[in-house]
Design a protein around this ligand. Sequence first.
Ligand SMILES: *Cc1c(COP(=O)(O)O)cnc(C)c1O
Length: 355
Amino acid sequence: MKPINFGAGPAALPEPVITGLRQSLTVFANTGFSLIELSHRSGHIQEMIADTTLRLRTLLNISDSYEVLWLPGGASLQFAMIPMNFLTRRAAYVNSGYWSQKAITEALRFGPVDIVASSEAHSFTAIPQNVHCNASHNYLHITSNNTIYGTQFNVYPEITDGFLVADMSSDICSRTIDINQFGIIYAGAQKNLGPAGVCLGIIRNDLVKEVKKDIPFMLNYQVHADKKSCYNTPPVYAIYGVNLLLQWLLEQGGIPVVEKNNRKKARKLYAEIDRNSCFYAVAEKADRSIMNVVFRCHDERLESSFLNLCVEHGLHALKGHRAVGGLRASLYNAIDVSAVERLVACMREFEALNQ
Ligand SMILES: *Cc1c(COP(=O)(O)O)cnc(C)c1O
């Protein structure tokens, strides 16, 4: 049976994306050359990047008041670019765990940071509530989905001053969102968008014009926007992988269909965790992520034998993040319902073996 990658990232990609990438290495768009040999200034590549942007705009319903950027350095570089470009007074951050803490650590290099809500006292098993910002804050930063703890914002905080920034690395394109709630959204591609090597940035036009001017060109949103993500040589191969993934999402019926499927997968898996006498879910019920399902064995010593049984069934990368341990199943868009059914069957077999 086909092995399934339940890893949190780099993550599973749909078969047509892999096939398309393979074909592009033979010859791209009848040019006689492979994709990775073509100049990024050539019409073919410029068109491919523009087409990738257009597909994302269509899928997420992004208006002309936003720039769509294909940025270097992964989501981790955004942790630094955001304060570098925008932190002139104070910045507000929600601390929902590991990745938001990394974002906070970078921001502190550039100016004062207020942690306006935190779930640290609950070991990050919930989404922090009661977020309070004020007029001294340039922006509020949140992590939309906490990949490591399996928690996810269901409702985004409303702010009256400044703008909302969201790290959506692990739930971009998984559900319907209203882009207009945000000033900036960013997402490393390698979880739900395609191969590693590129980071998506969606940024409101008026903010692009406000960036601090005394920063390196490569770290300046305005430079990337003015040069249409081609200030330097962009990672063309990774962007093409995203292009193929977006095409696949559109063919599935777009975000509403994909979301319905994602919710169905998550429901099936949580239902089994809640039912099965060997396992429990770690996150608070109300804040459970539909992308990363984090769970444990009541008897933690059994976790490694469960992982072994999974591998025997072709179910891979279910070990939790090293920061928290336990078990984690990532149910990104490319994982289909049948893969979750295989995991559920394996959990039942494990329960029977341990009774
Ligand atoms: C994986 C992840 C990151 C780090 O992404 P890189 O592209 O490797 O820098 C940041 N934020 C979240 C929420 C993640 O899941």
